[in-house]
Design a protein around this ligand. Structure first.
Ligand code: DAV
Length: 356
């Protein structure tokens, strides 16, 4: 099969995008309190999760977030991109494994977290949060369709997520310099802890990705790919795309609060230090910091989708010669991501290359 006809094909963050999955907020559930939330989420919202975990997210938050997603889908279509959406699922219902139970799921809002596209393969990742164990199910109609059209559809070994995976005392026990709530009892990872730059893949270990997870993925992908670990300063780390984002060959955006040393691989690249995010204080960021501003999405090497209220970042991107397209997205922020999180680039036209 020529690459022209592949239903799934994407090697990096910047080749011209042709097809994108945009998540849905519909059905979102407040996750049940767990030590994995304690490790990653802002302390001022812990009581919110403790009180309301397992209940549907408030309707007004869900509806406003969905309006932003629908708007994003329209903008993508106007730019010539084919948009696909998951099947909304009611996440506020309990489920169990032989070893644990959860009062509910989370959402299908962030295809970036649960699915990884590398080349012609789309992979369901072994997520570390119990509430996210069945998260790819909302995407199954799409996955099945891609499979029937010839895509390589895989899933990493289903993690057991038993108590031994979680280290309640994680604050004190920095393992190899990375403090994580996860032990190494089995491989787990979120797709959003990995960034594709052709034959090079940049990742960090986090509260959602352990070293065994990285080992599993790198062995699975094989010797065509080189893996590079990013070191950074963030004790709450979860998902690399608010810390580090290659925008196009030769241009890297970094979070200046978290990235102290540019990895050697990128030393010859131009470095854009992201300006601080502009989320007003009355917008509840249940799952994140204001660095969601960095979570932009490249349509090609010039056009970049940015949340419309992030004016300093829009100016900085324009200064570097990019063509920012503002997308109203502030109402989506309470769900914990911005445009990069809410999308999955299933098809980008281009070949597997080395950029370094
Ligand atoms: O504030 O960097 C981002 C989480 C994205 N899912 C942060 C957390």
């Amino acid at each position: 099969m020529g690459t022209e006809s592949l239903p799934v094909c994407s090697h990096n963050e910047w080749d011209t995008v042709e097809e994108v999955i945009v998540g849905t907020a519909l059905g979102a559930c407040i996750p049940e309190w767990h030590v994995t939330l304690k490790a990653t989420l802002p302390e001022r919202y812990w009581s919110f999760f403790k009180e309301h975990g397992g209940q549907p997210f408030p309707d007004e938050i869900v509806r406003a977030a969905e309006r932003d997603l629908d708007g994003l889908a329209k903008i993508l279509e106007a730019e010539g991109v084919r948009v696909r959406r998951p099947e909304p699922m009611r996440q506020a219902r309990g489920f169990a494994s032989p070893h644990w139970r959860s009062r509910g799921g989370l959402y299908a809002a962030m295809p970036r977290d649960c699915l990884l596209v590398v080349g012609d393969e789309i992979l369901e990742v072994p997520m570390a949060w119990r509430c996210r164990h069945f998260e790819t199910q909302a995407f199954r109609p799409l996955l099945k369709e891609y499979f029937l059209r010839g895509a390589k559809w895989t899933a990493a070994p289903k993690p057991m997520l038993g108590d031994a995976l979680y280290d309640e005392g994680f604050h004190e026990s920095a393992k190899n310099g990375v403090a994580s709530v996860l032990t190494e009892i089995e491989p787990v990872f979120d797709a959003a802890d990995f960034l594709r730059c052709g034959k090079d893949i940049v990742y960090f270990r986090s509260h959602t990705t352990n070293a065994l997870g990285v080992e599993w993925l790198s062995r699975h992908l094989g010797s065509a790919y080189r893996f590079h670990e990013l070191e950074c300063d963030d004790t709450h780390r979860m998902h690399i795309d608010t810390t580090f984002l290659p925008l196009r060959p030769g241009l890297l955006m970094v979070n200046p609060e978290r990235v102290r040393t540019i990895p050697r691989l990128f030393r010859s690249w131009d470095i854009l230090e992201a300006p601080p995010g502009c989320t007003p204080d009355d917008v509840p960021l249940y799952f994140s910091s204001k660095w969601l501003n960095m979570n932009v999405f490249m349509l090609d090497e010039e056009r970049v989708l940015v949340a419309a209220h992030e004016k300093p970042l829009i100016a900085a991107l324009r200064n570097r010669g990019l063509a920012p397209i503002p997308v109203p997205f502030l109402s989506f922020y309470p769900l914990g991501g911005s445009i990069h999180c809410a999308t999955l680039d299933v098809v980008r036209r281009g070949a597997l290359k080395s950029y370094f």
